[in-house]
Design a protein. Structure first.
Length: 537
């Protein structure tokens, strides 16, 4: 989508001294390719944002960094001569992440943290590009999750799913057509936004993929620990943003608007949106003699609407008065071709021939809608122009831009609800927990997943050790017990370097087994705040 920004100059960051004999300045141009973007404005236009950094590597691995000083959709910048011959490789949107470059394989390495304190789109997005010339077209590296809160009590969000986290190093390679071929680390299971200070919309970068086991969203709301849990699969891709809705009460079920490429799938009762085929606008509210256009965001292949503003007009298909036609009901009236002398599209309280529409839809999504009454301005088209353009009716000799039909599937009914994590027994992921027995609330300190963090068992008596090196901490628990029985107490050596109270290394703690079932045991420190979930087979 083209951005509504003027091009900007670029301030060059101080770089290492030029290499002798290789100090010819190079002028580059950089643009954001569909669907890449580093900023979204209120009208969902996209482009570069002020403060964006771009690092360019040459074929020998030398680099230079530049900073955009004003929002724009494309810009030019000139090196100081530090970088030499191409091909060139570039990355932007990395913030404080660490960058490396493998000149032999043409790969950029980006190391990202598991928690961020911003949550803005610009800090979540990461884009990259390569060129054998001097023109870069950037593309997404990660998928983006979107979620909103309206409560001022929410201070952090943690999204968990198996292998979803971008933390660790991702290697960004490039295909022959300059697309992205990244190797994702897959070493983490949660992404966190910390330090939320009020209502807002927040974005999380995640590894692309289909997550068939569902997800859990942990929410810190005041002094309460909440979670939203779902076993519903979802797919996150670099082509669009996955919107999980407003989290204060729960997450809505998924609503998908899919491009219609076959007349035969439409039925009376279906809900549709009429959009411009070649532009990112959909039919909005009624004006005096036509309908406004409102911005939308389409997926890269145009098969779905991924962002839909409240102003978009949802139409319900009804039976037309003529065989093989549909009526288009706004909720207050029926769309009809209103004139034989003027380009007009209006609504009326009842349906007639001028409000009975034939649909002809191509396999690529071009849709021709013709009112079948006597009025000759009867083709429903989109007219591009100022203020986003309009949707109206035109004669056969004065056709405007093609439209497309997007059909709704899914439900807007409320999905999984936010509940308080009010018991240590609510958790089932092996790991170490802080448990407030007085409030009956638990908080994960470390959680362990086989194949990522270390889980070791031996035959016979249970001997198990957890290890987690994230954030510089080392956590270890060693258990040698013939059997764990709920209600019994056990003495277990515990080591949690980096956590307050465990500065002296291994400590023996007495634990009460609160529950033992399904191959796991829930152990609670007596007169303390440490909880363990361990495997028993």
């Amino acid at each position: 989508m083209a951005a509504a920004f003027a091009c900007a100059s670029v301030e060059e960051i101080l770089s290492p001294a030029p290499v002798p004999g290789d100090n010819t300045p190079v002028t580059f141009t950089a643009s954001v390719g569909v669907p890449s973007k580093t900023a979204i404005d209120e009208e969902l236009n996209v482009g570069w944002a002020a403060g964006d950094k771009i690092t360019v590597f040459d074929a020998q691995g030398r680099s230079e960094e530049f900073t955009v000083d004003e929002a724009c959709d494309s810009y030019s910048f000139t090196s100081t001569g530090t970088i030499g011959n191409g091909p060139y490789y570039a990355v932007a949107g990395y913030g404080t992440d660490e960058l490396t470059f493998d000149k032999d394989n043409g790969q950029i390495g980006v190391a990202r943290p598991s928690a961020v304190t911003d949550g803005g789109f610009g800090s979540a997005d990461l884009i990259a590009s390569t060129t054998s010339g001097t023109s870069f077209t950037f593309h997404h590296v990660f998928a983006i999750l979107k979620m909103s809160v309206t409560s001022s009590d929410i201070t952090s969000l943690t999204f968990t799913a198996e292998g979803i986290a971008t933390s660790g190093t991702t290697l960004i390679g490039f295909s022959n057509d300059n697309g992205i071929e990244a190797t994702y680390n897959g070493g983490g299971n949660e992404v966190t936004i910390e330090g939320i200070s009020g209502p807002g919309t927040f974005y999380m970068p995640v590894n692309p993929g289909t997550y068939s086991d569902g997800f859990t969203i942990y929410v810190q709301k005041g002094q309460k620990h909440m979670k939203i849990e779902s076993d519903k699969a979802f797919t996150a891709s670099t082509d669009n943003i996955v919107n999980f809705g407003t989290l204060d009460g729960g997450t809505p079920s998924s609503v998908v608007w899919t491009l219609v490429t076959d007349n035969g799938i439409l039925r009376v009762g279906d809900e549709i949106i009429i959009a411009a085929y070649d532009f990112d606008f959909a039919m909005g509210g009624q004006k005096t003699s036509n309908f406004s256009a409102t911005p939308v965001v389409k997926s890269y292949d145009r098969q779905n609407l991924t962002e839909l503003g409240e102003a978009a007009q949802v139409l319900t298909l009804t039976s037309g008065t003529i065989s093989g036609t549909f009526g288009l009901f706004t909720g207050e009236g029926y769309l009809y071709a209103a004139s034989s002398s003027k380009d007009q599209l209006k609504t009326q309280p009842s349906i007639d021939g001028n409000g009975s529409w034939s649909f002809s839809i191509s396999t690529t999504g071009f849709a021709t809608l013709i009112a079948q009454g006597s009025n000759t301005h009867c083709y429903l088209d989109y007219k591009n122009g100022s203020s986003n353009g309009v949707f109206s009716c035109y004669t056969s000799s004065n056709r405007q831009q093609y439209v497309s039909i997007y059909k709704k599937s899914g439900s807007e009914e409320q999905g999984p609800q936010m509940i308080e994590v009010n018991s240590f027994l609510d958790e089932d992921i092996p790991g170490v927990y802080s448990y407030d027995a007085a409030q009956n609330i638990s908080t994960p300190l470390f959680q362990y997943f086989e194949g990522r963090d270390q889980i070791v068992r031996v035959e016979g008596s249970l001997s198990q050790r957890f290890q987690n090196l994230s954030s510089g901490h080392l956590a270890g628990i060693t258990v040698n017990l013939p059997e764990i029985v709920a209600g019994n107490t056990y003495t277990i050596p515990v080591m949690l370097y980096g956590l307050q109270g465990f500065e002296d290394g291994i400590q023996e703690k007495i634990f009460l087994a609160k529950k033992a079932q399904g191959g796991k045991a829930w152990l609670q420190e007596e007169n303390g705040t440490l909880g363990l979930i361990i495997l028993t087979r």
